[in-house]
Write a protein that binds this ligand. Structure first.
Ligand code: MGD
Ligand code: MGD
Ligand code: SF4
Ligand code: MO
Length: 677
C-alpha cells in the first residue's frame, strides 16, 4: 500500500488536497489491478488542512463503481432509451469525425456545438477541448452556468481587486453570511465561524432558505428571493442617515459617492420592508450593528446572483461592504468572490485561441434548448459534443433540452464516466477517466492556492482523459498542429515552465511540491489597493447600463411562489449521483415551503405535491419549515430523472432568461404555484 497526493477535481471553492491510499496490484499487469482503497484530506494542503467533505471521503466508491462506463458505446435503441452496444475506439472516432466532416462540408463548422462545464475543474482537462474546436471553427460556448453575474457585479465595483481569502476571517469582528449555504459549499470555513461565536462575535445569516445554516448563526434574516439589493440599499440609507459611513475614504477613494448618496434618501427601511419582507426595524438594527463593527466580513454566496437583477444585487452588496471603510482593516470587507491570487498559468497554451480563423458563433450555455431548437436565430446545430457536463439535469428548460436531444437530425456525443440523463441521449458515448487517472493542475476559486496532481492509476477499462480524446479527434480530423501530439504530462510541464505572476514568488521547495504533486499557498490580495482603471472604488461606473447603481426588480413571473434551486450537502450538482450512500442520505426530491404558504394550499409536511408553471410540472415531497422565506419555495440539488415521479427535474421549471450583467443563469428566478399531488 502506498499513499499519494492528489486534488479534489470538483467545482467547489476549496479544491481540497487529498491523500490517496493505493493498494498496488501484483503480477504481470500490476498497474491495472491497483486500487484506491482510501481517501483522506491532505493535512499539508494550506486550505483544507486535512478536512474534506463526506462525499470525497469515499471517493474510491466512485472511482471503482461498477456503474462506470468503460468502453465507447453506440446507440442501438431510440434516443433516450439507454440502449447501447460497445464499439471500438477506432469505430467511435471514425463515426464522430465522419459526422463532423459532413456537417462542416454541408453547413459549416458553426453547426457544431461543444458543450462543457464543471465536471472537472482543472486547467487542462476542463479547457483542452477549446483548442480542437477553435481549430475547427466550431461554436464558442459562453460558459455562464454558475456565478458570472456575481463576478460581473463584483468587478463593476472593485475591478480586479481580490476579495478576502476566507483564512482572513479569523480577524473579522462581525459576520454576515449573505446567501451562502456554507455547510454545503464552504465547509472549511465553518470552524472559523464557530470559533468566532465562541469568542463572542456575532454571525448573522441573510437567506431565502436557512434550513441548513440557521443553527450556525446567531440571527436569521429571511429575505424574499431576488430582493437583496433593496436590503443593501436600505442598510446604506441607515448608515448614511446615522453618520456611520467612512465619508473621508469614499469621497477620496471612490468614484461617485456623492451622486450615489443622494439616491439613498428614498431607500428607507420601510421601502425595503415592502420589497424584501424583512421588517424595517430588523434592517435598521442590522445596519447599526454593521456600522459599529470595525472589521465586518460579508461572506457572499452565489445564490442571489442567479437572478435577472443578480449583477446589480452583487454590485450593491459590494458597495455596502466598502461603505464603512472595512476593506482597509484586516478581516473586513467581502469574502466569497475570487481572492485574486492568480493568474497562475497561461491558459491560452491549453485553449489556443490563435488556432481559430473564423469569428466564432457564440452560444450561451443557458440557452441550449433554444440553440438545439433553432430558435436562437443561428443555423441549426447538427453535432453536439458534451463533456464534463450533464445539461439535462443542470441547465434550464429541461423539456426544451430533451426535445432538442431527441431530434433525429442531431448527432450527439457524450464523454462521460456514468450513464447520466444526458448520456442516455447520445449517439456515441466515450468513456471518461477519473482525476486520479489524469495529470493536471488546479487552483481554488475561493482561496489563494494552486496545485498539481499526477496520474496515480492507469485509465480504467478503455476510458480516456479529455485531453487524450481531443488529440485523437484532432488527428482524425486531419489537424496537424504539434499541439495535439503531446501528452497531458508534457502540457503540464509546459504550463509550469511558463508561470504567470501568481506563481512568481514561490520558493524552491514550493516548486518541488508542484513538480511532484501537491498544493502551495499563494499570497493574499492587498484589498484596499483597488485594481480599477482609476485606482478608485467604482460606486458610479459609467461603463454600466445603470451608471449609478439602483434597485432593479428580478425577472419574477406570474405565479405566487418564487422557486429557488439551492445546493445540496450530499451531492455536488450531479456529481455523486452514482453513490447510493449519498443519494440515500439525501432522500427524495424535496420542496421546502413556508407554513403559511402550505396552509393556504391545504398542504401538510410530507405531502406529495406538484410544483408547476408555464414550462411544466414537477413532483416533490414537501418539507414545511419556517426557515424558508414566506412566498418562496426551495428545491435542493440536482437529481437523476429515475429518482423523479415523471422524469421531470426542477430545471423543468427554469426559464432560459439571463442575468442583467454577466449573461448568467437565472435559475433562482422563476415563479411557480404548488398543489397537492
Ligand atoms: N455539497 C455541495 N457543494 C458544492 C455544490 C453543491 O451543489 N453541493 N456546488 C458547487 C458549486 S457548482 C458552486 S458554484 C459553489 C457555490 O454554490 P452555490 O450554489 O452558489 O451555493 P452558495 O454560494 O452556498 O449559495 C446558495 C445559497 O443562496 C441562497 N439564495 C438563493 N436565492 C437567494 C436570494 O435571493 N437571497 C439570499 N440572501 N439568498 C439566496 C440559497 O438559499 C442558498 O443557500 O459550491 C460548490 N460546492
Ligand atoms: N437544480 C439545480 N441546477 C443547477 C445547480 C443547482 O444547485 N441546482 N447548480 C448550478 C451550478 S452552480 C453549476 S456550476 C452547474 C453544474 O452543472 P454541470 O457542469 O452539468 O455539472 P454536473 O452536473 O456536476 O455534471 C458534470 C458531469 O461531468 C462528468 N465528469 C466529471 N469529470 C469528468 C472528466 O474528467 N471528463 C469528462 N468527460 N466528464 C467528467 C461527471 O460524471 C458529471 O456527470 O449546475 C447548475 N445547475
Ligand atoms: S467537494 Fe469540496 S469540500 Fe469536498 S473534497 Fe472536494 S473541494 Fe473539498
Ligand atoms: Mo457552480
Amino acid at each position: 500500500m502506498n499513499t499519494y497526493k492528489s486534488i479534489c477535481p470538483y467545482d467547489c471553492p476549496t479544491t481540497c488536497g487529498l491523500l490517496v491510499d493505493i493498494e498496488e496490484g501484483s503480477g504481470g499487469n500490476a498497474r491495472n489491478t491497483s486500487k484506491v482503497v482510501r481517501v483522506k484530506g491532505d493535512p499539508d494542503d494550506p486550505v483544507c488542512r486535512g478536512v474534506i467533505c463526506r462525499k470525497m471521503q469515499r471517493y474510491e466508491k466512485s472511482i471503482h463503481s461498477p456503474d462506470r462506463i468503460l468502453s465507447p458505446l453506440r446507440r442501438t435503441g431510440a434516443k433516450g432509451s439507454g440502449e447501447f452496444v460497445p464499439v471500438s475506439w477506432d469505430e467511435a472516432i471514425r463515426e464522430i469525425t465522419g459526422n463532423w466532416k459532413r456537417a462542416i462540408a454541408e453547413a459549416g463548422p458553426e453547426t457544431i456545438l461543444p458543450f462543457y462545464y464543471s465536471g472537472v475543474m482543472s486547467y487542462i482537462h476542463r479547457n483542452c477541448g477549446d483548442a480542437l474546436f477553435n481549430r475547427m471553427g466550431a461554436c464558442s460556448l459562453v460558459k455562464t452556468l454558475c456565478a458570472s453575474a456575481k463576478s460581473a457585479g463584483y468587478s463593476a465595483v472593485v475591478g480586479k481587486t481580490g476579495c478576502l481569502d476566507p483564512r482572513e476571517l479569523a480577524q473579522s469582528d462581525l459576520f454576515i453570511i449573505w446567501g451562502s449555504n456554507m455547510k454545503a459549499t464552504r465547509l472549511q470555513s465553518l470552524p472559523q465561524i464557530a470559533a468566532a461565536r465562541r469568542a463572542g462575535k456575532r454571525v448573522v445569516l441573510v437567506e431565502s432558505c436557512a434550513l441548513e445554516m440557521a443553527s450556525y448563526c446567531d440571527q436569521v434574516v429571511l429575505v424574499r428571493p431576488g430582493t437583496d439589493g433593496a436590503l443593501a440599499l436600505a442598510m446604506m440609507h441607515v448608515l448614511a442617515a446615522e453618520g456611520l459611513v467612512d465619508e473621508a475614504f469614499l469621497r477620496d477613494g471612490a468614484e461617485g459617492y456623492e451622486e450615489f448618496a443622494k439616491t439613498l434618501h428614498a431607500c428607507t427601511p420601510e421601502w425595503a420592508e415592502a420589497e424584501t419582507g424583512v421588517p424595517a426595524q430588523v434592517i435598521r438594527e442590522l445596519a447599526r450593528e454593521y456600522g459599529a463593527a470595525a472589521a465586518p466580513a460579508i461572506i457572499l454566496g452565489s445564490g442571489n446572483s442567479r437572478y435577472g437583477n443578480g449583477g446589480m444585487t452583487v454590485r450593491l452588496i459590494t458597495i455596502l461592504s466598502a461603505f464603512t471603510g472595512a476593506w482597509s482593516r484586516p478581516g473586513g470587507g467581502l469574502c466569497g468572490c475570487s481572492p485574486g491570487g492568480g493568474p497562475y498559468v497561461d491558459a491560452t497554451r491549453i485553449t489556443r485561441p490563435d488556432l481559430r480563423t473564423n469569428t466564432a458563433r457564440k452560444v450561451n450555455i443557458n440557452m441550449l434548448a433554444s440553440a438545439l431548437g433553432g430558435t436562437d436565430g443561428g443555423v441549426p446545430i447538427r453535432c453536439l459534443h458534451v463533456y464534463a457536463c450533464n445539461p439535462v439535469g443542470s441547465v434550464c428548460n429541461q423539456q426544451g433540452i430533451l426535445q432538442g436531444l431527441t431530434n433525429p437530425d442531431l448527432f450527439t456525443v457524450v464523454h462521460e464516466r456514468f450513464m447520466t440523463d444526458t448520456a442516455r441521449y447520445a449517439d456515441i458515448i466515450l468513456p471518461a477517466t477519473f482525476s486520479v487517472e489524469q495529470a493536471d493542475c488546479y487552483s481554488s476559486y475561493g482561496y489563494c492556492s494552486f496545485g498539481t496532481a499526477y496520474r496515480l492509476l492507469p485509465p480504467a477499462g478503455e476510458s480516456k482523459s479529455n485531453w487524450d480524446i481531443f488529440c485523437l479527434l484532432a488527428k482524425a480530423m486531419g489537424y496537424e498542429e504539434s499541439h495535439f501530439d503531446r501528452t497531458e504530462e508534457e502540457l503540464l510541464i509546459e504550463l509550469l515552465d511558463h508561470p504567470k505572476q501568481g506563481l512568481s514568488g514561490l520558493t524552491d521547495e514550493e516548486w518541488n511540491t508542484l513538480r511532484t504533486g501537491g498544493q502551495v499557498s499563494t499570497p493574499f490580495a492587498a484589498h484596499d489597493d483597488w485594481k480599477t482603471p482609476s485606482g478608485k472604488l467604482m460606486i458610479v461606473n459609467a461603463a454600466q447600463k445603470f451608471a449609478v447603481p439602483c434597485y432593479q426588480k428580478c425577472h419574477g413571473g406570474s405565479h405566487p411562489l418564487r422557486l429557488i434551486a439551492v445546493p445540496s450537502s450530499e451531492t455536488l450538482n450531479s456529481i455523486f449521483l452514482e453513490r447510493d450512500d449519498l443519494v440515500e442520505r439525501r432522500g427524495e426530491m424535496t420542496l421546502v415551503m413556508h407554513p403559511a404558504d402550505a396552509e393556504a394550499r391545504g398542504i401538510a409536511d410530507g405531502d406529495a405535491v406538484v410544483a408547476f408553471n408555464e414550462l411544466g410540472e414537477v413532483t416533490f415531497t414537501v418539507l414545511v419549515s419556517a426557515l424558508v422565506a414566506q412566498g418562496a419555495v426551495a428545491a435542493a440539488g440536482v437529481f437523476a430523472r429515475r429518482q423523479s415521479a415523471n422524469g421531470n427535474l426542477v430545471n423543468t421549471l427554469h426559464h432560459e432568461r439571463l442575468s442583467d450583467i454577466g449573461e448568467a443563469t437565472t435559475l433562482n428566478d422563476n415563479t411557480v404555484d404548488v398543489r397537492r399531488a
